[in-house]
Design a protein. Structure first.
Length: 284
């Protein structure tokens, strides 16, 4: 992780502890390089989960470190999720890290599990929200005192003005909900998330501190962020192992999906048949 507040508490006794690469953009380059090198030597492979709300300086430093090490054993994973969703996904990978999954399969699992995360927030304003499509009318209404908006950023963008009967379409499978309240959140925002959790029939609701990057991602600090997710390790494991595995043709590691997270190699494309072959198969 690149931020300590994205390292959620362990879900169970098997959940692997998170390693936080602190202050990447502030520490001397050689110090960060030595830390990352030690992690690779200790664990063999390293998966760095980083929010897209992280500063440009942190992102540049990550890719600089990876390039300097010239290693295909470091995966930088930056899914298009809000910060609380990033924290949930990272904990799911930490849960799976205790299972008999190779590093390539574990890293690839991040992209698979992203599809099962429902991440959103109740906002006091959408005037500065630029990561989810919002109409001009909603932008104008956000300046009206007391306005509240519910936004689902993933897996499919949804947007409603909070009011009687307003809701968001949720998952069609059993999930837990994690809730993080901002310092300026209102009771109405918290109550609406509680109502949403009942509409989604969640298995349980837990609270967590609001990630520091959340106000930057959502464009406001007047918010309650929420995330519906799979929490049971056996379900996560069954989901990942049910997907067909392949072998990266470049680095040789086992992966799921069509691209290796470590070396970024995609399967070689199939060349079209030669014109002569087409002519031979054509009917007389």
């Amino acid at each position: 992780m690149t931020s300590a507040d994205l390292a959620l508490p362990a879900q169970d006794e098997r959940t692997m502890p998170a390693v936080v690469l602190r202050d990447l953009d502030k520490r001397p380059l050689e110090h960060a390089l030595a830390e990352l090198h030690a992690l690779v030597e200790q664990h063999g492979h390293v998966i760095v989960v980083c929010s897209q709300a992280a500063s440009a300086a942190v992102t540049r430093r990550l890719y600089t470190l990876r390039a300097l090490m010239e290693s295909d054993r470091i995966a930088v994973f930056r899914p298009d999720l809000p910060p609380l969703g990033i924290a949930v996904l990272a904990r799911q990978l930490r849960q799976l890290a205790s299972c008999d999954l190779g590093p390539g399969v574990l890293a690839s699992a991040g992209r698979l599990l992203t599809h099962y995360i429902h991440a959103g927030a109740v906002l006091g304003s959408v005037a500065r929200l630029d990561r989810v499509p919002v109409g001009l009318t909603a932008h104008a209404k956000s300046w009206v005192p007391g306005s509240q908006f519910a936004v689902l950023a993933h897996p499919e963008p949804q947007f409603v003005r909070v009011g009687p009967g307003a809701t968001l379409t949720g998952p069609r499978f059993g999930t837990w909900m994690l809730v993080a309240k901002g310092p300026s959140q209102t009771q109405a925002q918290a109550d609406w998330v509680g109502t949403l959790s009942k509409a989604w029939n969640v298995l349980g609701l837990r609270e967590a501190p609001l990630p520091a990057e959340s106000p930057r991602w959502w464009g406001t600090g007047r918010m309650v962020e929420f995330c519906g997710h799979l929490a049971d390790l056996s379900v996560l494991y069954q989901l990942v192992t049910s997907v067909r595995r392949g072998n990266c043709h470049w680095c040789g590691i086992d992966v799921i999906g069509d691209r290796c997270v470590f070396c970024s190699a995609a399967p070689p494309g199939h060349e079209p048949p030669a014109p002569r072959a087409l002519e031979q198969r054509a009917p007389a």
